[in-house]
Design a protein around this ligand. Structure first.
Ligand code: TMP
Length: 238
């Protein structure tokens, strides 16, 4: 696609977003910067931007094949991708298959316990408030999303889980949990946006339970770059 990158319109913790000469499209650029605990911890994961860009695009392509609409359009370089210009719904949409992280802490459940069914929860995307948990009625009452949008988001999230869980299982990886974001197209349609990467998912080796994701950075476990490479190698060899 012939498109010109224009001014930067947004910079997040892991990506920059640029306007283009076509208002229907943005270009996202993935950085190697890593943060945790709402930006309290900073670091660099060398090569992460390249892996997260390529991996997200592979996951979006897989999901599109299964009927999930995503913002992915075309990768233009190792770190840059053309995406549909959407307005992000300010929610972190989190699905869990196995207890870990904040869920384990909040409910006093050991990490690694299989949940009887996948769970869905939302956090309000607001750094100043530390992304607080938010429930459906609060989301609707505050106008963060409409009832119809919330229903679409729920369907989208569970579908993404079904597709990804099966895919990662086929490469010897357990999909513990993940966070996605949804965006609105100009006509109001909800589509999958943001990224799907070891920054935003928990991946455990199916045999050893070794962590192959950003928890290695969050928890100072070492072997961070190696984990990103390992997961990328596995999905690239399908
Ligand atoms: P949590 O257990 O810390 O709530 O994380 C749940 C999932 O969401 C996990 O796969 C990591 C991902 N996540 C993000 O992508 N961004 C965030 O800011 C946080 C806190 C978690």
């Amino acid at each position: 696609m012939d498109i010109k990158k224009l001014n930067q319109i947004y910079e997040g913790k892991a990506k920059k977003v640029f306007a283009t000469d076509n208002p229907e499209y943005y270009i996202v650029e993935y950085k190697d910067d890593a943060t945790a605990f709402n930006g309290l911890k900073h670091g660099t994961i060398t090569g992460k931007g390249i892996i997260n860009n390529k991996m997200s695009n592979m996951m979006f392509t897989l999901l599109e094949k299964h009927g999930v609409r995503t913002h992915f359009v075309e990768q233009v370089s190792d770190r840059e991708t053309i995406v549909r210009a959407v307005k992000i719904v300010p929610l972190e949409i989190i699905i869990r298959n196995v207890a870990a992280g904040s869920f384990s802490k909040r409910y006093g459940v050991e990490e690694g316990r299989e949940l009887l069914c996948p769970t869905l929860e939302f956090s309000l995307k607001d750094d100043a408030l530390n992304d607080p948990l938010i429930n459906d009625s609060h989301i609707i009452a505050l106008g963060v999303a409409s009832e119809k949008e919330l229903a679409d988001i729920r369907t989208l999230a569970y579908k993404v889980n079904d597709v990804l869980k099966e895919f990662f299982c086929s490469v010897g990886v357990k999909l513990i949990d993940f966070k996605i974001e949804a965006g609105r197209l100009p006509d109001g349609t909800i589509i999958l946006a943001d990224e799907i990467s070891p920054d935003t998912c928990r991946f455990w080796d199916a045999k050893t339970n070794e962590k192959l994701d950003k928890d290695r950075f969050r928890r100072d476990m070492g072997g961070v770059e190696e984990a990103y490479h390992e997961i990328f190698t596995r999905i690239s060899n399908v």
